[in-house]
Ligand binder design. Structure first.
Ligand code: GAL
Length: 763
């Protein structure tokens, strides 16, 4: 017996000692608020009170919008309250590195929010109220609030906190439109640690590619008011092919309180492969190292030949008697001379720049042969002008100001982007719309009810002449409601006047955004109510003597893909707004299979604008947070989906990678195919998705997407994809022929990357 007792006693002593001298580990310092949330529709100040009994409310997952999980909230916009109870143990404080402050993180909230702790207002829209007697006031109206990560940092002795006791968090949410509620990342309560004071900004500076070298700068910012940080910064680069290490450096880095340090490093590697770049800053005694990971840009596509090559769609639609402008997109060195065989009556071709202009009165199909010639050769292409009732026969390609400039868009920014569209050569691949999003409208209409542009856009006619002079097209933005989402004037009750104004200005495209129409609509779940304002604007656009591409933006309400074309839309947003993260890209892009049957020539599902290049939604931009592979995935998927390709980046800041990404003629051909089929997801297993799009020539465009964090060797039987012939296969990003596929497709696909091919049946 004694023999048995002794080891048990020593084990107990050992366990006691271990727990007494243990330092905090990941997980000890955090209270997860992932589970236990309740929600109630409506608005009532009593719901903030600790004594209120919310047990009868519905349960809700705080990672997804309320529309996506609760039937009673489908298409719901307006007020709702969330509540959760949790205990904050005293040990949380004792175990912490600093022990002075606690943070309550809610993730994102769509759209605006006020947060109450134990009945008292804590803050709103990410602004903490230090005055603990603050009372709820106005908290709506911030159109960007949906994108803020809500985090409230409190000193540990804040009277609103109850240590060792039950705390009640109540969140009053207002959803202005589209998705609503608390969404990712996970809500939690934790002590403020080094990682919360130390910001590692790896996105402010791009990777620069110089010869065989990658040059990269990252920034470390110490946000603590008095504490200097002394730690080790490690940078590691590994190949995504075989995990081999290409580069590693470690340096001691001291960052004084309130200071920023910059760290530049260079590694050399062939720029045709995918690499993982990791940054780790570690301080002894902190719970977590600060960690970030990125993917370095690499170029898959060979440069375009110097000989002429006519890119772009094979067909273009225009209404009879309406002005036509089509710039023949052709790559190759300049000067280039454009010509054509017989042109339809009323149309002229400018041989120096390839602008087709004029108007055709008679409906019908006009097949012409276009030719582009330069010193090295020539290229010809059969091109159809279809004069009829349907326009935008292939998805629109161009640019929109929102994802870069947000409400700070101006005439000069649109002009410089337009110049860059031409000078970068993007125009030679069919990128042509220059669309002004919200923020151009003046505060008041004229006495005759006409909408004016504000001081940032001094002369819309001059701007449109300038844009058209470059062979590009000009788009504009409005709302069917009295105000736009940014709080500018909308078109409510002025639709006919506005359509006329835009036609007079020479506008070619309108994005019509629901926004404040929610205050007008009697019931947002009724189809008729959802369609009404879009039909009114359609009728107004039909009265003007100009083709204006009509883009419906109401975030997918009422299954808009099933009726967007019926109300005369050329494209319709199927989702809430995109941001430049893998999470947003996948949530939006990879859920589009639901809408695939509704795409057609002249009518496209719109999964929102693109998030490559420098983006930012305001004056301060950063290179997209997507890795290179994620960007290849993004462009491939949007092409397979026949989605509008509207760039959201600052075009005056394009690097070689981004230009290459956006000028692969074979990839863009998938998007611009005249059949306008939208790819179906035919395979979704074990983090691999396969999407197939039928092409007009009988071939298939196929994307093999790796949703995994690791390289994946895939080998999929053709039969599992519904393919049953022998196929000639071409890798579209690398523009190279592959071995014929007879029974399986084999490929290595980078993490979050894609293998995009076109397959032609052999017989
Ligand atoms: C949102 C819309 C965005 C942008 C913004 C402008 O509703 O989804 O794409 O247009 O409004 O305020």
């Amino acid at each position: 017996m004694k023999k048995l007792i002794q080891p048990i006693v020593s084990l107990l002593i050992f366990t006691f000692l271990l727990s007494a001298c243990r330092s905090p580990r990941p997980g000890d310092d955090i209270i997860s608020l992932e589970k236990g949330w309740k929600i109630q529709k409506g608005d009532n100040p009593e719901w903030a009170l600790p004594g209120y009994d919310a047990s009868g409310w519905q349960s809700i997952d705080p990672h997804k919008t309320w529309e996506t999980q609760l039937k009673s909230f489908s298409s719901y916009d307006g007020y709702a309250w969330y509540r959760i109870n949790f205990i904050i143990p005293k040990e949380l404080k004792d175990n912490a590195y600093f022990g002075d402050s606690l943070q309550i993180s809610l993730g994102r909230v769509d759209d605006t929010e006020q947060t109450f702790l134990n009945g008292q207002l804590l803050g709103q829209n990410n602004v903490l109220f230090t005055d603990t007697s603050a009372v709820p006031g106005k908290f709506e109206g911030d159109s960007l609030a949906y994108s803020y990560y809500r985090k409230y940092v409190l000193p540990v002795d804040d009277p609103r906190l109850k240590w060792g006791k039950l705390n009640i968090l109540a969140v009053r949410v207002h959803d202005h439109g589209g998705g609503g509620g608390i969404t990712n990342p996970s809500p939690s309560v934790s002590m403020v640690d080094i990682k919360d004071y130390l910001a590692m900004n790896v996105h402010a500076d791009p990777f620069e590619l110089k010869g065989e070298n990658y040059i990269k700068t990252i920034r470390l910012i110490n946000g603590h008011h008095s504490e200097d940080f002394d730690g080790e910064l490690t940078v590691r680069v590994t190949s995504n092919n075989d995990g081999s290490e290409l580069y590693e450096s470690t340096e001691q880095v001291i960052i004084s309180a309130g200071e920023e340090t910059q760290h530049m490093f260079t590694f050399s590697a062939p720029q045709t492969e995918s690499y993982k770049v990791e940054y780790i800053y570690n301080i002894d005694g902190s719970v977590y190292p600060v960690y970030q990971v990125q993917g370095a840009p690499y170029i898959l596509t060979p440069p375009a030949p110097d000989e002429p090559r006519i890119n772009g769609p094979a067909i273009f639609g225009v209404r009879p008697g309406h002005p036509l402008l089509y710039t023949i997109p052709a790559s190759g060195i300049r000067p280039m001379v454009f010509s054509s065989d017989t042109l339809p009556p009323g149309i002229m071709l400018d041989s120096t720049n390839g602008f087709l202009r004029g108007e055709i009165r008679k409906k019908g199909e006009y097949n012409i042969t276009l030719t582009a010639a330069n010193a090295l050769g020539e290229d010809s292409k059969i091109f159809t002008i279809r004069v009829g009732d349907t326009i935008q026969l292939t998805p629109p390609m161009g640019w929109n100001s929102w994802n870069c400039w947000g409400l700070t868009v101006s005439d000069e920014k649109v002009r410089s982007s337009a110049r860059a569209m031409v000078e970068s050569g993007l125009v030679n691949y069919g990128w042509s719309f220059m669309n002004i999003d919200d923020g151009w409208e003046a505060d008041e209409r004229t006495r005759r009810g006409e909408l004016l542009s504000n001081e940032k856009f001094p002369d819309m006619n001059a701007l449109s002449d300038y844009i058209h002079g470059l062979g590009l097209k000009l788009g504009i933005y409005s709302s069917p409601g009295p105000l736009t989402c940014g709080g500018y004037l909308g078109s409510y009750k002025h639709e006919y006047t506005d359509a006329r104004t835009w036609a007079d200005w020479g506008i070619d495209y309108l994005k019509h955004d629901w926004c404040s129409y929610r205050l007008i609509a009697e019931n947002e779940t009724e189809l008729e109510e959802l369609q009404k304002p879009y039909i009114i604007m359609r009728n107004a656009l039909d009265r003007v003597n100009r083709d204006i591409v009509y883009s419906l933006c109401q975030y997918g309400m009422g299954d808009v893909s099933s009726w967007g074309a019926d109300v005369g839309g050329n494209l319709w947003r199927t989702t809430y707004d995109i941001v430049d993260t893998w999470e947003s890209l996948t949530n939006i892009g990879f859920s589009q299979y639901k809408h695939s049957s509704h795409a057609r020539p002249g009518g496209f599902n719109d999964p929102d604008m693109m998030i490559v290049g420098w983006v930012g939604w305001g004056p301060d931009l950063h290179p997209t947070r997507l890795t290179a592979d994620e960007q290849y995935t993004h462009v491939s998927l949007w092409c397979l989906l026949s989605a509008p390709l509207l760039l959201g980046n600052d075009l005056s800041r394009l690097d070689d990678f981004t230009i290459s990404l956006l000028t692969n003629n074979e990839v863009l051909e998938v998007n611009q195919d005249a059949l306008c089929d939208q790819a179906d997801r035919v395979y979704n297993q074990d983090s691999i998705q396969v999407w197939i799009k039928d092409m007009a020539d009988g071939s298939k465009a196929v994307g093999f997407f790796n949703m995994d964090e690791e390289l994946r060797e895939i080998s999929i039987p053709l039969g599992a994809l519904g393919l049953d012939e022998t196929y000639r296969v071409r890798d579209l990003w690398r523009q190279q022929d592959e071995a014929n596929a007879t029974d399986r497709i084999n490929a290595s696909v980078y993490p979050h990357g894609v293998y995009l091919v076109r397959m032609w049946p052999e017989n």
